[in-house]
Design a protein around this ligand. Structure first.
Ligand code: GLC
Length: 768
């Protein structure tokens, strides 16, 4: 688009409207550090699916013409706007944040090939590019040279995405995921740019198909683009990557506190084919003393894959089964896909047809494609009435005690080719297309599911989704879809989950053991060691693959899996504290080292170590046959080996022995880690004594406690304890008291010695 010269401007509150010769552009200061750049290309598409509610902080904005360009300022930023809507963002002290690229586009290193050669290569299945792809909406920004690019949600690639290109188009890809696939199930058009002196994020809030090129086309610039929707992006500035993530989640929302049991171990398979099999999995868990909270019913529990039904043949008296499992501490989560079987007499189909709830062909007939149930139709989740209806249907599950819902196939996936772009979907009352609603379909389904569960149970909904768009973290957790039992998939899942966390999805996990292909005992051990630290800890495998429950192999494998699943239960109070932090700051639980230690250049591209919250660092083994690994300990503090207590200085690289039963874990100096006793499931034992594992050095830790179930905490029903470790003394103090059940005692685990300390609610000092 050629905007032409700036003609005039007009300030209205914190928004500046700029009239160019050929179009209009808007610059809005949402906060002092978050700037929205907007220009209408599709004015009817006028709301965000990621940002809900008014985020505007009513910033005082000053705008002036300086010769031929404009300067718009907040107290923190100065935005220079030139002809053609070229923009430069500066900090108020004159530091450059980023500037639009004005040069010529040039695809570096692309050999000129004849059209004939391209066609030939395509015939063999090679994806060939014809050169530079131009898009209706495109923004090019200079690469200054010291950039690292993080975020972008669900990408199967390294942490730093410099030099690669991606697409945001929710895609169901059952083939093995490979390095730097352009798109996967979720679309989060948010990139974090880290430079030596500057951090910022770009959130391109366009839910149509979008592209990001982070210096692949040309090392001199990066770009984001789309052919539909609006030019609508946010520049999120901050003093650190943490600030940028918090800015992004300020806009799009944070992950709310989950129910405590959702942090327990979860066992899944496509499928536990019948009631007896599911019950025997439960029995095996308890017989083998493997803690476990959740068992899943994958698609085969349904009657002919009809959503909101139970197959009486496979799962007779399912409510009785759910109750039986509940008595033994298990919660049942069922899968629900969007595809509704086309079958007259099936209530969900009939109701949907009667109320006109399914998406349409252009001629008004109901659109059909094929998914698990065969010929199927697709709910039009863009409409509130459809979401409410879907939510009401969930009663079939919640009334019988199903504890959570797993939303799958909601890209939406379809077996008879992708749904054509022009199939009619709605955005509330506005008739639009699949092309526009595709990327938000999974988010809307998740939102409906969240609202249904919340209404029906009053509890914090546990929803898992495969597909979604930015902002879905308010309603759903996610898993990384159909990975495979490959070592490379174990390895890459770390950067993938870190990237999702940086993009707001704090409650994330990947299928432990790998979904497709066959797991080996060694791979299961190593993957369970990683899963122990991922927010969602679920073992899942595909039909036709070898079983991979912890006992599926040999005794040694069982023992190693048990050891790490038990460790997970010990760590639940710590992980829950991380979630408490997430709800207020948006910072992920599972985080790359760079989020904590961005001043240490050695961590900028560490893909195979990660932090859990601020205090624990994990360096899992991700290669077959390895029994030791190098570990980098970031600068700025000392580190303690979690297993041995040995102390190491930061800024060092060590070689850690890591036999199969050992996952290297390090604790940051000053930590006080709260731990529970091992239990078979969350809530099995009442915890009135909290163990505090205290490491050397000074530190302060806030511990959060509530009922772990409902929303009473939002009315103040929670406790907060402060543990301060200073010069060898520990003080324990309850600083907020709103929840009636509180710890009676604290067991202080200091230098390997255990002390029992009576907690009085007053300040306790000096226990050595
Ligand atoms: C999809 C899901 C997978 C599930 C299967 C059957 O492939 O990604 O997790 O088990 O469908 O429902």
């Amino acid at each position: 688009m050629n905007y032409g010269r700036i003609k005039s401007f007009n300030i209205e509150g914190s928004r500046v409207e700029i009239a160019f010769e050929n179009a209009v552009g808007y610059i809005t200061a949402v906060t002092e550090e978050i700037i929205n750049v907007f220009s209408p290309f599709k004015p009817e598409c006028n709301h965000s699916f990621a940002i809900e509610g008014d985020k505007s902080k009513h910033v005082h904005v000053i705008a002036n013409m300086v010769g031929s360009y404009m300067v718009i300022s907040t107290s923190k930023l100065a935005i220079y706007v030139y002809d053609n809507f070229i923009i430069k963002f500066m900090q108020s002290d004159g530091t450059l944040i980023c500037r639009d690229y004005r040069g010529v586009r040039e695809a570096q290193g692309v050999a000129v090939i004849s059209q004939e050669a391209i066609e030939q290569a395509r015939m063999e299945g090679h994806a060939m590019s014809d050169g530079i792809a131009h898009h209706r909406i495109e923004v090019l920004k200079c690469i200054e040279g010291d950039e690292y690019f993080y975020g972008l949600g669900d990408k199967y690639s390294f942490l730093n995405k410099k030099g690669y290109e991606f697409e945001m188009w929710n895609s169901d890809i059952p083939d093995p995921h490979y390095e730097s696939m352009r798109s996967l199930y979720k679309s989060m058009p948010f990139v974090i740019v880290h430079r030596e002196k500057v951090d910022y994020g770009i959130f391109f809030d366009n839910h149509h198909r979008t592209q990001f090129d982070l210096g692949k086309e040309n090392t001199g610039y990066y770009s984001f683009s789309a052919d539909d929707g609006n030019l609508d992006y946010y520049l999120i500035s901050g003093d650190s990557i943490k600030d940028v993530v918090s800015g992004y989640t300020y806009l799009t929302g944070t992950t709310p506190l989950p129910q405590l049991w959702t942090l327990g171990y979860q066992q899944c398979r496509w499928s536990y084919e019948n009631r007896d099999e599911l019950i025997s999995v439960a029995k095996n868990m308890r017989d083998n003393e493997i803690p476990c909270d959740v068992l899943y019913c994958d698609i085969d529990y349904m009657d002919n894959f009809k959503v909101f039904t139970w197959g009486e043949k496979q799962y007779p008296r399912h409510k009785e089964m759910i109750d039986l499992l509940a008595r033994n501490g298990f919660k049942v989560v069922t899968i629900i896909d969007p595809g509704v079987k086309k079958e007259k007499g099936y209530q969900v189909y009939d109701e949907g047809i009667r109320n006109d709830f399914f998406v349409h062909n252009a001629d008004g007939s109901v659109y059909e494609n094929v998914v698990w149930p065969g010929d199927s139709v697709f709910p039009d989740f863009g409409r509130r009435a459809v979401r409410n209806w879907w939510a009401d249907n969930l009663r079939v599950m919640t009334a019988d005690g199903v504890a959570g819902i797993w939303n799958d196939m909601n890209e939406p996936a379809s077996f008879r080719g992708e749904i054509p772009q022009d199939i009619v979907f709605c955005d509330e009352e506005r008739r639009t297309t699949h092309g526009e609603m595709h990327n938000v379909y999974g988010s809307l389904m998740s939102k409906a599911t969240y609202e249904g569960i919340k209404r029906q149970t009053g509890r914090r909904p546990f929803v898992i989704t495969r597909a979604c768009y930015s902002g879905a973290q308010k309603y759903t957790t996610g898993w990384t879809g159909d990975n495979q039992s490959h070592w490379s998939h174990l390895r890459y899942s770390i950067a993938q989950m870190c990237s999702l966390g940086l993009s707001g999805m704090a409650f994330i996990g990947s299928d432990v053991g790998g979904f497709g292909s066959n797991c080996t005992p060694e791979l299961l051990c190593r993957w369970t060691q990683l899963g122990c630290f991922t927010p969602l800890f679920r073992n899942h495998a595909a039909k036709g693959t070898r079983h991979q429950e912890p006992w599926a192999f040999d005794r040694k494998t069982l023992e190693i899996c048990r050891k790490y699943i038990r460790l997970r239960y010990r760590l639940i109070p710590y992980i829950y504290d991380c979630f408490h932090e997430t709800e207020s700051t948006g910072l992920p639980v599972f985080r790359p080292l760079v989020l904590e230690f961005q001043k240490d250049n050695n961590v900028l591209e560490i893909n195979d170590q990660f932090m859990v919250g601020q205090w624990l660092m994990v360096a899992p083994v991700v290669d077959q046959g390895r029994v030791s690994r190098d570990v980098y300990l970031p600068k700025g503090c000392n580190w303690y080996d979690f297993h041995t207590g040995e102390k190491f200085p930061g800024g060092t690289r060590i070689l850690r022995e890591a036999p199969l039963d050992t996952c290297p874990i390090y604790v940051r100096e000053g930590a006080v880690i709260p731990m529970w006793p091992v239990m078979n499931y969350v809530g099995e034992k009442k915890v009135d004594c909290l163990e505090l594992v205290v490491y050397g050095g000074d530190g302060e830790y806030l511990h959060y406690q509530d009922n772990g179930v409902d929303f009473a905490y939002r009315d103040g029903e929670y406790n907060i304890y402060r543990f301060v470790s200073r010069r060898g003394c520990l003080s324990v103090e309850q600083i907020k008291s709103g929840y009636s059940e509180r710890y009676e005692r604290f067991k202080i685990n200091l230098s390997g010695k255990l002390f029992n300390v009576k907690f009085t609610g007053r300040k306790l000092n000096a226990i050595r």
